[in-house]
Design a protein around this ligand. Structure first.
Ligand code: CTP
Ligand code: CA
Length: 233
């Protein structure tokens, strides 16, 4: 790690990272969200700064202190994330979507607190949120910009990690997809993880890893791949 940081191979580059989990409000006090801690995004931002990059970190509901030397933008919903990342990606050389966006939002958010009515349950109508990553790929203007996504998957006998990774990579259109195997009760919020990285057909469609370790170590692996992809664009 020390060697990579000393090399400062990201000097002069701008890196935009998203972290955490977005929330979609049902009413002023309730939301649909997820358990993403934001740790992977924090590790990516810290690693990129150590390697000399100028870093903008867009954080959705992350309960961690701001990493030093980083331009931090705290946001809430998937819509906010789309806006903030679109702005951050405009002049970024490397874009990494480590955030876990809520996939659905209420068709209508109530301006007042939703009350129980007798013994009745509650039926919610949900709409899909915008796919931020797919939008960043679609609207990319800098042909040298590298865009990397993250996904947590649970492989089964009928769908292996490789199949799930290849399918999602193709659907998103990004340059690489970092896949986290979360089968077997591996939990969110941990400081360690296991990842495999799938690169798009443009780069020969390779699979890298798997690597296990702290999120700080894995962040450097992901940045190594970003650097490698830049030289091949
Ligand atoms: N992503 C995004 N916008 C969304 C959903 C996901 O930008 N509305 C990004 C995530 O930040 C991540 C990548 O897409 O980098 C993969 O996220 P994932 O939730 O695995 O993808 P989905 O398309 O939402 O597929 P799934 O139905 O498996 O959740
Ligand atoms: Ca999703």
């Amino acid at each position: 790690l020390a060697v990579r940081a000393a090399r400062r191979d990201l000097a002069g580059l701008r890196v935009a990272v998203s972290a955490g989990g977005t929330r979609e409000h049902l009413d002023p006090v309730r939301f649909l969200g997820n358990a993403s801690s934001g740790r992977m995004g924090w590790s990516l931002a810290r690693a990129a700064v150590l390697r000399g990059a100028e870093v903008r970190l867009v954080a959705a509901n992350v309960d961690l202190p701001p990493p030093p030397g980083i331009d931090l933008d705290r946001i809430g919903s998937t819509g906010d994330l789309a806006q903030a990342m679109t702005r951050a990606a405009k002049d970024a050389d490397i874009v990494i979507m480590a955030a876990a966006p809520a996939d659905f939002r209420p068709a209508e958010a109530s301006q007042t607190k939703i009350k129980k009515s007798g013994d009745d349950g509650l039926r919610l109508e949900l709409r899909q949120t915008t796919d931020v990553l797919a939008g960043l790929v679609r609207d990319r203007t800098d042909p040298d910009q590298v865009i990397i996504g993250f996904a947590a998957e649970t492989p089964t006998e009928t769908a292996t990690l490789a199949e799930l990774g290849a399918a999602k990579l193709a659907r998103k259109g990004c340059d690489a997809l970092v896949i986290n195997d979360v089968s077997g009760g591996k939990v969110f919020g941990s400081s360690t993880s296991e990842i495999s990285v799938f690169t798009s057909d443009q780069y020969g469609g390779g699979r890298h890893g798997p690597w296990a370790g702290t999120k700080d170590t894995l962040a450097h692996r992901v940045l190594d791949i970003a650097v490698e992809l830049r030289t091949r664009r």
